[in-house]
Design a protein around this ligand. Sequence first.
Ligand code: ADP
Length: 591
Amino acid sequence: MRTKTNMSQTQESVREDGIIASVSGPVVTARDLDARMNDVVYVGDEGLMGEVIEIEGDITTIQVYEETSGVGPGEPVENTGDPLTVDLGPGLLDTIYDGVQRPLDVLEEKMGSPYLDRGVDAPGIELDKEWGFEPEVSEGDVVEPGDVVGVVEETVTIDHKVMVPPDFEGGEVSEAHSGDFTVTDTVVTLDNGEEIQMRQEWPVREARPSETKKTPRTPLVSGQRILDGLFPIAKGGTAAIPGPFGSGKTVTQHQLAKYADADIIVYVGCGERGNEMTEVIDDFPELEDPSTGNPLMARTSLIANTSNMPVAARESCVYTGITIAEFYRDMGYDVALMADSTSRWAEAMREISSRLEEMPGEEGYPAYLAARLSQFYERAGYFENINGTEGSVSAIGAVSPPGGDFSEPVTQNTLRIVKTFWALDADLAERRHFPSINWNESYSLYTDQLDPWFQENVADDWPEERQWAVDVLDEESELQEIVQLVGKDALPEDQQLTLDVAKYLREAYLQQNAFHPVDTYCPPQKTYLMLTTIHTYNDEAFKALQAGVPVEEIIDVEALPRINRIGVQEDYEEYVAELKDEITEQLRELY
Ligand code: ADP
């Protein structure tokens, strides 16, 4: 527990403590503080939480995670001697935190508002709650770091595996207790005296250890056609969603949080405009997990740092998030981490860097921006854990480039790192084409390594079908340029037909209504069948054209508009089979 320093104490009696020399927003310098880099300190009479970020001679520089107004030189600074850590254990799910892992509901109770939280300390997980612990080891078993020693039902959806902390030695189990315990009770004792509790701590800026990182070969299926079908992300993959305001970033993130086939969702709301984050805080607890019918929060941990929270807490929030993600990965789960938005995180870095008077890089961002971004995305991956299980952390970062300009440093540096890029497009959103992901600009570098999975689990010709769609869409965008100059009717008939096929790809396949109860989630099988229906139309239509049928008659065939309704069909297999037959029949009747 921390203790408040008394101003009248002498330097000798508080050896480790220092005195504030200057305060500049979130950056405070202290004199005579005996500290190491990244130590957590308590600043001022109110004991505001901060972290050491620079040491030069006698002067220690601290970034403070709370509002510093009213704090002044001469006040004490107390060093905890520990780095910034998160509490890990049951209770992380179904909780909303701020950037330094203080549960918002606890803060609200203590302070009357989640945003007026100066000097309040709250444990990251509830300390007095009892959990039913079921041991999975017995006396005499030998356990190593990372090994699972028991299970707790954390929420209706998730079994929480209690593991030997990675920094323990491990040994022979001398006692294992079954029953109700708090997170700080000892549940398993080892012969070397090590006591295993449900709670462990981990420094946020350090990746949790793993055995190996593997090439990811399983898709994180999202149920969104354009993503699974054209630009898939792997379990353990990285993706960026840059999106100008109003382009559907929030809806896309919500769809992913709801439908991505991850076991655990960690959602880091990093300094978005206050009201947007409030929306997430209000919305998420209402959402249902479509695969279980349980509340979505039962598999979600939410970290919410609004832009009216101090800048330094925004800097730390993505680390808190990814550490929680790694902890569940260690249990063998697939975790999807969403950070919204990494631009605000980068801006926090920029602000702190400028207060430190560091040499600025591009657009005032610190020179280490690229390194920080890549350190963050590096922690994603498909891992073999130290306990032999496999687990993954997929990292999806939203980027909000000012004015939608993708050439700015945060977007550019992110693009160099991530392997999937879903470019949201304000023009598409304006035309009400949703999800407004631009298919010409987006890409995924995972398609090749994920194809075998789709071939095995959906259809053997999945890669060819995708390539066909990509080619038609490419051709369409070239043809559109000509159409703009000379009009559609000036095109040869085969090209007019291609435009019609592409129209169905755009309107039926790429568009998907997040608010329709059926269309909102499209299983890969349905994605595939929709594509092959359009492909059937294409092949039969070109046969008819070759047989001399005029293009106007072909594109006017009665069955065709029903392609646009595949998305909303629950019994899509039957519907698609009939539709393919009818399209074929009606087109063949023309010649
Ligand atoms: P942003 O977060 O980028 O500002 P939103 O995600 O709030 O934008 O989207 C703006 C609006 O666009 C939504 O309120 C909704 O009406 C519409 N929209 C976005 N995506 C979809 C979608 N997949 N299906 C239907 N409507 C959508």
